[in-house]
Every structure is written in C-alpha cells, then in structure tokens.
Design a protein around this ligand. Structure first.
Ligand code: NI
Length: 128
C-alpha cells in the first residue's frame, strides 16, 4: 500500500485532551460532526437547570467523574465509561459532585438549556 493513501487522514479526537482545553464549566464544545449530529465535550460541576429537548434524544458518555441525571421518576448515576440516553421530551437536570467530564451526542443546533433559556444557556456550535 502506498504511503500517499494516508496523507489526508484527519487526526483522531482525544476526548480527554479536548475536555482539558475547555476553560469554563457548563460550556459544551464541539469536537466532531457526524451527519447532522455533533459530538461535544463538556466539564460540569454542581447542578444545572431542569429542561427538556422536545425535538431530540440526548446522549451522555461519562469520560471522568460521576454524572447524576435527575429525571421525573428519580435520578441515575452514570460512571466513567458508561452511557445514558435521555429520551426526547423528558425533563432532566444534570449534576456532578466534584467535576465530571462528559461527551454528548445531539443534533446540530440543540441548546444546552433546551427552551428554558436563562443565564446557563451556553453559546452553541463552538468548536475546540
Ligand atoms: Ni439536556
């Protein structure tokens, strides 16, 4: 196989390294796109606000720390290496005691606060 076949390959995304570059907690950053979906990393600590996304499911993969997701029927704890999908339209609140680093998968254009708005709404579509 010729070397030239490898010249234009993009670099793999190191999720932990990308997460470490984020300056502020609760500020999701895009690291890749797949079709209409964006893959984001975020650092969180403390409690977010209750919100929902009427148009889409939202996937969380925990890279480091423990993510608590409060849901109408109770809470789930998601450990490093574990994945949880919040179904479309279900109210949820993410939280972490101490810092947690997460990867998220959701369609392009989805705001972190859903339709709630407010000061916790992060700027969307910011790449790192
Ligand atoms: Ni959400």
């Amino acid at each position: 196989m010729s070397e030239t076949r490898h010249q234009h390959a993009s670099l793999p995304v190191n999720l932990a390294q990308k997460a470490s570059l984020i300056e502020q907690q609760w500020s999701p950053r895009v690291v890749a796109e797949m079709n209409d979906y964006q893959i984001k990393v975020v650092r969180i600590e403390g409690e977010f606000i209750w919100h929902s996304h009427p148009e889409t499911d939202e996937a969380f993969l925990v890279l480091e720390g423990i993510l608590r997701i409060d849901l109408p029927e109770g809470c789930v704890h998601v450990n490093a290496g574990e994945l949880y999908v919040v179904p479309r339209g279900v109210e949820h609140r993410t939280a972490a005691q101490g810092e947690a680093k997460l990867m998220m998968i959701e369609p392009r254009g989805i705001l972190n606060t859903g339709h709630e708005g407010g000061e916790k709404t992060a700027q969307n579509d910011v790449w790192i």
